[in-house]
Design a protein around this ligand. Sequence first.
Ligand code: GAR
Length: 313
Amino acid sequence: MFEKLQKKWKVNGWQLLAILCTFAIGGSLTGIVGRKILQQLPELHPLGWTLLYIITMTLIWPLMVVLVSIPFGQFPFFKNYLLRIFQKMTNTPSSTPPSSIPPSSIPPSSIPPSSIPPFSLAIFASGTGSNAQKIIEHFRNHPSIRVALVVSNKATAGVLDKAVAAGIPTLLIEKERFFRGDGFVAELTNHGIDFIVLAGFLWKVPPSLIQAYPSRMINIHPALLPKYGGKGMYGNFVHEAVIAAGEKESGITIHYVDEQYDHGGTIFQATCPVFPEDTPEALANRIHELEHQHFPAVIESVILSKLVKNQSS
Ligand code: GAR
């Protein structure tokens, strides 16, 4: 049960202990303070008293746990926890595109895809490929978009096994030809690739490939660009830098690819908290969750909006 909670809340053992103590002490204090308040009230009908008791406890409890969470160093967790309860009750989404990005640039994925011709996607990845897996699953039965190729620069990358298991062709690229040659454009064209998604791809993309896919290549970065981007900023290096800088918030950025690292126009961002006790691994898990939640849907929206534009022009 404790392991389940640790996974669910993305915390280590000590944090879990502090959180459980906060719940226990906050709960007891709620009872004591609540009873003290109710004792001040005149005699009431038992039904009225029960109702008042429930309302008083419901209002006092969040206040008590937040107060107790401060000495336990768990204020960010409880702030977020209570916010999530509030968001669930009021049905507000927990992450939003930044205000600088007009919502119209992320069209609803309810655009009828049936009238759209098939569209082929290549995923470039260097690592385990958990994002690639989510993208593959998302488009498995899609009427107009399919993952047609998985490209990697690393023969041992887990993403290649995932592609093979899903029956998707793979392409292993080699450094010299990628950077000094044609960026493997001919192979991509042969596979009929219309759009490229970088999902944890760690090589810089050469100009030849960018020019072959203008505004048709997007990347995901595990931080809120323009902060914590650039050469050497990938995976845990990003999370280490975010934690070392004492950031209270991190997140993901999905953006178009241009000739600089982590630089092209932003399409979408979503945020998550950074807790004082976070390890790079704990933050990475939280970021991965955000990526899996949003990346496939954003890819779909970007492609569908392009297809709809092409059709109407
Ligand atoms: C993802 O977190 C992605 O944002 C990051 O690599 C990870 C790949 O994970 N990309 C970068 O750091 C690019 N600068 P995955 O292999 O499990 O999908």
